[in-house]
Design a binder for this molecule. Structure first.
Ligand code: MCA
Ligand code: AMP
Length: 470
């Protein structure tokens, strides 16, 4: 299994605004940087939506050095945790970007686009850790998901087969580069195919309209497709651009049937849904030549086994039965960094327990109908643990008690709601949102704050979130 992410070809590999690199140019500058990284135990990458982030990731992969992509909006508490947990030897950043003081202890290396002599590099092997991506859980701080080269390569080849993805494809995307969706699928996907990624820097329907002039595919989270669905009925140029695309793919959260149908009605294009997770990369997808059924996430990808189990752990084979989705295959992560306890808990007889609840149609299509953990919120396609926000809010002097829940939101899928018992004078909602943005990251900030006199608790003293929501 070779790790082909830097090829020799004059085709544009990366386009960010008016900056581009061909595959040959990328191989040269990533190869040169890789030479300097060789032998390091681990590096962090300040993952701004920039060409340098992609060069840094490819360099780390070539050098066989595990890389930790960092959210460039990360708050101080979350950054401190990731730095101490992953102990990077260096942080790679685009020249001129300002790094937060939380990274002062980590030496910085600017990523330049100079090419020189490099390689060859030793193959570290399929099981060598390639990327460590931090993801939220129900409690505690985010965990580092260790992704081996084998998982990345196998998931990219599986989706390429399902989506008939070739070097001719130009992928339009506007996702952040510190998560699996934007980085592995959105950047490493086109690079492995020998095709092109066109990153928009920031999502807008206007930018999508422009880019789809010569783009063939688009990847987005449901919030993006919702914003498209809101406008596409009135915006002929947007509708034309989407009609001309070969494949529009949605993932990271459920695409509402209404948005799927509105886009189909205005463009004749049905969005293809796929289902993945940081720990498992891609599990199922609607195939390019398959039935693009609204509300369904398609069939298991080549090489991936998916099963449904009941609460006792018994496999459910009946059509329509509802159970937890468990996954097995070469797409799986190796472990949570420094968390053998959490790693062991995540598996049942070699199957990864996703915590998602699903069902299977007669012809093998899966549908996701819920989630076992009630303390996980998916907002804008980001996974967020209620506990981490509660802990952050409890550090604010104006908060005596707090519970965080998610509630349905047309735009974000779910919005974060904080139920706060104030300590003395009520703090403002904006102040609490800023506090969470500063400590954790802006996308974890509560969108709604509801002040209450007390929280409903059961006999054990545990907050009854269901009662709150009701
Ligand atoms: C807002 N901002 C703030 C504050 N409030 N900054 C500091 N303090 C505050 N109090 C800033 C934000 O940082 C942002 O800055 C801007 O204001 C708007 O923020 P926000 O309202 O949160 O975002 P949005 O514009 O509504 O973004 C919607 C979005 C975004 C573009 C859809 O949610 C997004 O990119 N989602 C993608 C998530 C994703 O990639 N998930 C994949 C996980 P600025 O304007 O500078 O940005 S991987 C996964 O799930 C698996 C593997 C899978 O299956 O894919
Ligand atoms: P993350 O931990 O950020 O990787 O998020 C993974 C989770 O996103 C999964 O466990 C699902 O709950 C959710 N998810 C991803 N893709 C889909 C989809 N197409 N439909 C519904 N939920 C999805």
């Amino acid at each position: 299994m070779t790790l082909m992410f830097a090829l020799q070809s004059d085709r544009v590999a990366l386009r960010f605004g008016d900056r581009t690199l061909t595959h040959t140019e990328l191989a040269a500058c990533a190869g040169t940087l890789a030479q300097q990284l060789s032998g390091l135990p681990r590096v962090a990458i300040w993952a701004t939506p920039a060409i340098e982030t992609c060069v840094a990731v490819v360099a780390a992969l070539l050098a066989g050095v595990p890389a930790v992509p960092l959210n460039p909006k990360v708050g101080e508490r979350e950054l401190a945790h990731i730095v101490s947990d992953s102990a990077p030897a260096l942080v790679l950043a685009a020249p001129g970007t300002r790094l937060p003081t939380g990274l002062d202890s980590v030496p910085r290396r600017d990523v330049t686009l100079d090419g020189g002599d490099f390689g060859p590099f030793a193959d570290p092997g399929d099981e060598a850790p390639a990327l460590i991506v931090y993801t939220s859980g129900t409690t505690g701080a985010p965990k580092g998901v260790v992704l081996p080269r084998r998982a990345i390569v196998s998931t990219l080849d599986a989706v390429a087969e399902a989506w008939e993805w070739t070097s001719e494809d130009v992928l339009v995307h506007a996702l952040p580069l510190f998560h699996v969706h934007g980085l592995i699928l959105g950047v490493l996907g086109p690079l492995r195919r020998g095709g092109t990624v066109h990153h928009l820097g920031k999502f807008s329907t206007d930018a999508v309209t422009q880019a789809l002039n010569d783009g063939t595919m688009m990847f987005g989270v449901p919030t993006m497709y919702h914003r498209i669905a809101e406008e596409v009925g009135e915006d002929v140029k947007l509708a034309d651009a989407l009609s001309g695309a070969r494949l529009l793919v949605s993932g990271s959260a459920a695409l509402p049937v209404r948005d799927h149908e509105r886009i189909a009605a205005a463009t004749g294009q049905r969005v293809v849904e796929r289902y993945g997770m940081t720990e498992t990369l891609m599990n199922t997808s609607v195939r390019a030549d398959g039935d693009r059924r609204p509300g369904a996430v398609g069939v298991p990808l080549p090489g991936v086994e998916v099963r449904l189990v009941d609460d006792a752990g018994l496999a459910l084979d009946d059509v329509g039965a509802i159970g937890e989705i468990q996954v097995r295959g070469p797409n799986l992560f190796t472990e949570y960094l420094n968390r053998p306890d959490a790693t062991a808990e995540a598996f049942a007889d070699g199957w990864f327990r996703t915590g998602d609840v699903g069902t299977r149609d007669e012809d093998g299509y899966f549908r996701i109908v819920g989630r076992k953990a009630t303390d996980i919120i998916k907002s804008g396609g980001y996974k967020i643990g209620a506990g981490e926000i509660e802990n952050a809010l409890l550090e604010h002097p104006g908060v005596k008690e707090v519970a965080v829940t998610g509630e349905p939101d047309d735009d974000l899928g779910e919005r974060i709601v904080a139920w706060v018992v104030p300590a003395g004078a009520e703090p403002s909602s904006g102040e609490l949102a800023d506090h969470v943005a500063r400590l954790l990251t802006p996308h974890k900030r509560p969108r709604v704050v509801r002040f209450v006199e007390s929280l409903p608790r059961n006999d054990m003293g545990k907050v009854m979130k269901r009662a709150l929501r009701a």
